[in-house]
Design a protein around this ligand. Structure first.
Ligand SMILES: NC(=O)C1=CN([C@@H]2O[C@H](COP(=O)(O)OP(=O)(O)OC[C@H]3O[C@@H](n4cnc5c(N)ncnc54)[C@H](OP(=O)(O)O)[C@@H]3O)[C@@H](O)[C@H]2O)C=CC1
Ligand SMILES: O=C1O[C@H](COP(=O)(O)O)[C@@H](O)[C@H](O)[C@H]1O
Length: 464
């Protein structure tokens, strides 16, 4: 049984409901299942089925051909849900449980998905405890799970009054992306990459997520959050952990994969806001409705992160993201050291291993070749492998991948309390008195030029 709190919200409509339909369409739902949508608005099951259907109509994949077998399992519980008032949910859960266990079938798993504003996390978690719904359940929490080390600890201790750590699934959808998940296999199945994956060969790692999006439709959220908190402490740190991790003892064992990634997070040196961070704000941001005229919120961040492990000592991890930038893409670039030998002083472009994790994902290798022709001159070229071209492959969307993992109890791509604590600890200096003042940048640009110094002796590989 899946209970989706926030079922009428933006995230549910754009991501979670289409992902559930995808999980169902791939035959990955339990044999018998129910989806119970919850929100405060009151209406009946049929109306909610219409809400779900219209979300699917607007989604990339549209209404699935198996809608007729999907929709009868969908229910709705409106009204309040908190410590004091459980509303309609317990009754619906009981009825659904009776339907699913009919004929002597075993107890169904209950997965609660909290796609609600973070201010509701605590009261819903406490409600689960107060109304006897927490035992044996799994609970997925959307981001942000805390906005600082202190608020993370406060939320987590409230959640732990009700749930054990093993029941808590803190979702970060970047870890569900095909391009991010492929890093393991690329590295551990290919000597070509595995042997180079360290400071012995790699000079710099860039994790670059420029966005051309505006924030006008999310102004109040953005004013309260900013680019660094929205993207670095969650998504980009997690991707950095995925790149930096040591080989897990067993790639098929979620616990050992999780432990390896989070050991890398614990090795992140707290950011140095003065030396290693440039913040930006696009020109015109303060003219947006809902933004303070004197706002100093960041809409751009570039940071140099150091990972204090033997493997990565001295290798900067450059993280960059921002709104209203020149382009929308998501890319990891490993910049290799220059070669030794007869061409050492003649080449200008470094080799690169690039993982594009937007969409279905793509791997690119930046290599130098002889320019075809009579003379010995060199050109840089890209060898490209699109992951959706891999024979037999059928890329899965990030939310579908992670919901499936939560259903089967695979925590390898979710963050533990310890991992998130490490991320907030590394991020904390940027929330203190040394936070740099955001520098202006033109919409449609690559952000403030001052960030170029972070990439020296190279350049930002995108737009540099
Ligand atoms: N939207 C996005 O792109 C992203 C969102 N997120 C996260 O997802 C979560 C939801 O965001 P979003 O969908 O944008 O928010 P919305 O404001 O669009 O939707 C919130 C939903 O939660 C419901 N809700 C609000 N309070 C309660 C409550 N106390 N109990 C039960 N349901 C409640 C609302 O229903 P009703 O109106 O009936 O109260 C509504 O269905 C947030 O944590 C956000 O940070 C994360 C990444 C991206
Ligand atoms: O969580 C968030 O992620 C999006 C980018 O997600 P993607 O699915 O487009 O890769 C970002 O735009 C948003 O600001 C942030 O809150």
């Amino acid at each position: 049984m899946i209970v989706l709190f926030g079922a009428t919200g933006d995230l549910a409509g754009r991501m979670v409901l289409p992902a559930l339909a995808e999980v169902h369409g791939r035959g990955l739902m339990p044999e018998r299942w129910r989806l119970i949508g919850c929100a405060t608005e009151e209406f009946d099951d049929d109306h909610f089925r219409e809400v779900v259907r219209s979300s699917l109509e607007r989604s990339e994949k549209g209404v699935p051909s198996d809608w007729a077998s999907f929709s009868p399992s969908v229910r709705y519980a409106g009204g309040a849900f908190d410590e004091k008032d459980a509303g309609e949910l317990p009754g619906l859960l009981e009825r659904a449980r009776a339907e699913l266990t009919e004929g002597g079938r075993g107890e169904p798993l209950v997965l609660f998905f909290l796609a609600v504003p973070p201010r509701a996390f605590k009261s819903i978690a406490r409600g689960l405890g107060a109304h006897g719904l927490a035992d044996g359940a799994r609970v997925v929490f959307e981001k942000p799970y805390g906005t600082s080390l202190e608020s993370f600890e406060d939320l987590d201790s409230a959640v732990k009054e009700v749930l054990d750590e093993e029941q808590v699934f803190r979702i970060d959808h970047f870890l569900g992306k095909e391009g991010v998940q492929t890093i393991y296999v690329m590295r551990f199945a290919n000597q070509l990459f595995g042997s180079e994956w360290s400071r012995a060969s790699i000079e710099q790692v860039q994790i670059d997520v420029p966005e051309d999006l505006d924030v006008a439709n999310r102004a109040s959220f953005y004013e309260a959050t900013g680019a660094a908190l929205d993207m670095i402490v969650t998504h980009l740190f997690q991707v950095a952990g995925q790149v930096a991790m040591e080989p897990p003892a067993d790639l098929r064992d979620p616990t050992s994969v999780l432990a390896a990634r989070e050991a890398a997070l614990r090795a992140f040196r707290p950011l140095d806001p003065t030396e290693d961070v440039v913040l930006g704000q696009f020109e015109g941001y303060t003219d947006i409705d809902g933004v303070a005229p004197d706002s100093t919120q960041d809409t751009y961040v570039a940071a140099r992160l150091w990972v204090d492990t033997e493997r990565w000592r001295g290798v900067p991890f450059l993280l960059r993201t921002g709104k209203r930038m020149a382009r929308r893409t998501q890319r990891i670039t490993l910049v290799l050291k220059p070669p030794y030998g007869p061409l050492a002083n003649e080449l200008t472009d470094p080799n690169t291993i690039e993982i594009c994790f937007a969409g279905d994902g793509e791997i690119q290798l930046g290599i130098t070749v002889k320019t075809p022709g009579p003379d010995l001159t060199y050109s840089s070229g890209k060898a490209v492998l699109e992951l959706d071209d891999v024979p037999g492959g059928e890329p899965i969307s990030p939310y579908a991948s992670l919901i499936h993992d939560a259903l089967i109890g695979d925590r390898s791509l979710f963050t533990t309390a310890e991992g998130l604590r490490a991320a907030f600890t590394a991020f904390a200096p940027l929330q203190g008195p040394d936070r740099p003042t955001p520098l202006p940048y033109a919409p449609g640009s690559w952000g403030p030029k001052e960030a170029d110094r972070l990439a020296v002796p190279h350049r930002w590989m995108l737009g540099g």
